[in-house]
Design a protein around this ligand. Structure first.
Ligand code: ADP
Length: 430
């Protein structure tokens, strides 16, 4: 196209020069005729350029000025490009309008945040759920408007693998779930969902379990009390009844343990994450847990070894941590055959503090490992029932660790044994 145009331009110039030369020949003034021809030619270009400028200034909807030759082609071509452009723009606008209409109709809030964390665009639900106001809030930093410290921490940490679930700052009874996805060159797409209904149902479930456990505790205490009294009484008891009473007491104690674990779990789940923060001497705690584990093992003859440096301290809740480590140690005793070896270790490194309980028992097959911390999940339910477990031990461990920013790691080989390791970050060291 460029050569075509250049060709036409040179051709026009050639004809102008030729015509000027001929006129020059006629009047015998070739040089002046050429100069005059070029000046006229230049004046014609200047005029077209002025028309061109006026047309551009007049706006897109104006028809191009009338022109012939090269300039006529230029005007037509630009007019054609403009028409194509405006058709494309119209189509794009339609797509944008449809996207905006569909996101506006969403009940979830959708917010676009730029690379610097400033609000770029949001839908109507975002105004309702987050209280954003257009156009005042546009360009504001997201943490200036959503100031909950947990949101600020979540946004600044830049790890959006898990959604954040917190109460709304506009209405504390509304629960909001924030899901953030990064796209482009560091922009964020934030989707906020009202999860109050789900949260309330979950809360009802937790309350129900906690209330039932609480209500069952008193009658059970009475039953256990009477069973003990009956067994301790001096009156002779029929041997058949004696065995029945023993079993009743044993099962009632199991139920008591179950209720205690359910209540503990309900408390761990219900209370806010900001738990008691006191320095807890883990080395000392493990020493006393080792004693308790030896007492539990008694004549089963486990070799229980403790390897710990002294004065390793974590900040947290003493009773919760004790409950977690005891569960791991007592599980090791329960699930390791007599005379087996159990090793409790505690150490520090640059990643933080670590507590591990290892055994050389039967081990756990790989397919069970991910599910062990679920409530009532058992690898072998007959064996677990026999050992008197409640099926809640590892769920309690998981919750305690979550509340202490920790994490449980389970490694096990069938036939060789298992190791349960609790990892705590440096921020938890006291
Ligand atoms: P339980 O009260 O049944 O012991 P837990 O939640 O403490 O419940 O443990 C869940 C299951 O994990 C147990 O039923 C058992 O099958 C398995 N388990 C836990 N600790 C060990 C271990 N040290 N060795 C082998 N299996 C274990």
């Amino acid at each position: 196209m460029r050569t075509h145009w250049a060709g036409r331009a040179f051709k026009t110039l050639f004809w102008v020069l030729l015509a000027s030369a001929l006129v020059g020949l006629l009047i015998n003034q070739i040089a002046w005729a050429l100069v005059a021809g070029l000046v006229l030619y230049q004046a014609w270009h200047l005029r077209q350029m002025i028309h061109f400028q006026q047309w551009l200034d007049a706006g897109r909807n104006e028809l191009p000025p009338e022109a012939r030759g090269l300039w006529g082609d230029i005007f037509d071509r630009i007019h054609h490009i403009q028409r194509r452009d405006s058709r494309m723009r119209g189509k794009q606008q339609l797509v944008i309008d449809r996207i905006q209409a569909s996101t506006a109709a969403l009940s979830d809030a959708v917010v676009m945040v730029d690379t610097k964390g400033r609000l770029e665009w949001w839908n109507r639900a975002a105004e309702r759920l987050l209280g954003l106001r257009a156009p005042d809030d546009s360009g504001q930093h997201v943490t200036n408007l959503l100031r909950d410290p947990r949101f600020v921490e979540y946004f600044e940490a830049n790890h959006f693998g898990e959604p954040l679930d917190i109460a709304s700052h506009l209405n504390l009874s509304t629960r909001l779930q924030y899901t953030i996805t990064q796209y482009g060159e560091g922009e964020h797409l934030m989707v906020v969902r009202d999860t109050s209904r789900l949260h309330n149902l979950e809360q009802m479930r937790k309350d129900f379990v906690a209330n039932v456990s609480h209500e069952l505790r008193t009658p059970l205490t009475v039953i256990v009390g009477y069973l003990e009294t009956l067994q301790d009484s001096d009156e002779p008891i029929n041997p058949r009844w004696k065995r029945a009473l023993q079993q009743m007491e044993q099962q009632s104690r199991r139920m008591q343990n179950l209720l205690n674990d359910l209540l503990l779990l309900a408390r761990l789940e219900n209370e806010d994450r900001t738990i008691e923060q006191r320095p807890v001497d883990i080395s000392e705690m493990l020493k006393s847990i080792t004693q308790d584990a030896r007492a539990l093992s008694a004549e089963r003859g486990h070799q229980i070894i403790l390897e710990t440096g002294s004065g390793i301290k974590l900040s947290g809740a003493d009773a919760e941590l004790r409950s977690a480590f005891s569960n791991l140690a007592f599980n090791a005793v329960k699930y390791t055959p007599d005379q087996g070896e159990i090793r409790l270790c505690c150490w520090l490194d640059e990643q933080g503090a670590h507590v591990s309980v290892g055994d050389n028992g039967a081990g756990i097959a790989a397919q069970h490992i991910n599910r062990l911390t679920e409530r009532f999940y058992r690898v072998d339910s007959s064996r677990s029932t026999h050992t008197g477990g409640t099926g809640l031990g590892l769920a309690i461990v998981k919750h305690v660790l979550l509340r202490h920013d920790g994490r449980l790691d389970i490694s096990s080989t069938v036939g060789k044994g298992s190791t349960f390791t609790c990892h705590f970050p440096v921020s938890r060291l006291a």
